[in-house]
Design a protein around this ligand. Sequence first.
Ligand SMILES: [Zn+2]
Length: 347
Amino acid sequence: MRYVAYGVFTIFFSLIILPSIIVFGFNFHKTFSVPSQEIKLVDNGKLVKLEDTSNYKTINVFITNQNKIQKMDLEEYVKGVVAAEMPAEFEMEALKAQAVAARTYALSKEIALGGKGCELHPGADVCADSEHCQAWQSEGELRQKWGENFDKYYAKISQAVEDTRGLVLVYDDALIVPAYHAISGGKTENSEDVWQSKIPYLRSVVSPGEEVASKYKTTVIVSKEEFINKLKQKEPSLKLDNSNILTQIKDVERTQVGHVKTLKIGNITFNGKDIKEIFDLNSTNFSFEAQGNNIVITVIGYGHGVGMSQYGANAMAKQGKKFDEILKYYYTGIEIVKIEDLLKIQH
Ligand SMILES: [Zn+2]
């Protein structure tokens, strides 16, 4: 009897809620908003019997804007994800890396959760909502988005998916959780610094070449009054003087990469994530500055910073690196296998 252990899911996710495992979709296209919802992977706690992978050639996708579940070919689904999650202008090898990550994510939800992958939509393995599972766009939506470039871009994305057909990422004989994000800010995060759980393949690595991204560094400017009001909406008991606000911001605890874990503002301790949500920041790697009557918040990077940096992947591809090298760089110690070969793993 052959089994594939999805125990890794159990180990990492049992009773643990991983906040937005996946993605920060690209915000060039406003349709891909920043996911803030938490993804819960239920504890299935079992080995999944995999005698036949033919079941996994299709996937049930909840199409959010049509409010229906559609069964589709897995590879066709992956095309719609790559097209939605990464700019088509990116290098071919980066698109291929994205295709393998997207396929792995979809399959992990499909297999490990056996039809309940997207807990928001019963019967669906995944949904097309980037705030919950991963973004997906239909051909119609892509025609609209790409206009006259549709044929060229669709052919390019299709090639990236075809060239990696059936390939998925595994660690310790189990599918991985292929977290990815847009821009790390120069170095990716260790998983435990962001989500508490130490995941062996989600290790911090330097991620050069991201600076070309227009959203590498962004600023949000709010008046001092607005700054205080917004914080008070979240924490009504906040005490913060309008004068010398910066001196009342203390104990800023950062990850080694620079993302804010916690900080004290006035009498209240906030999580970096709270501040990110309150001021709609692109990441938790932020700093404050006072300018006249305003507070300027400078933000580095885009997304949670764990796993593959999409801009970093593109920079590697520009340097001639292949998709497998990119994936092995951002996911420490993983292997790339064909879905069919999952059958050959003996337990
Ligand atoms: Zn979902």
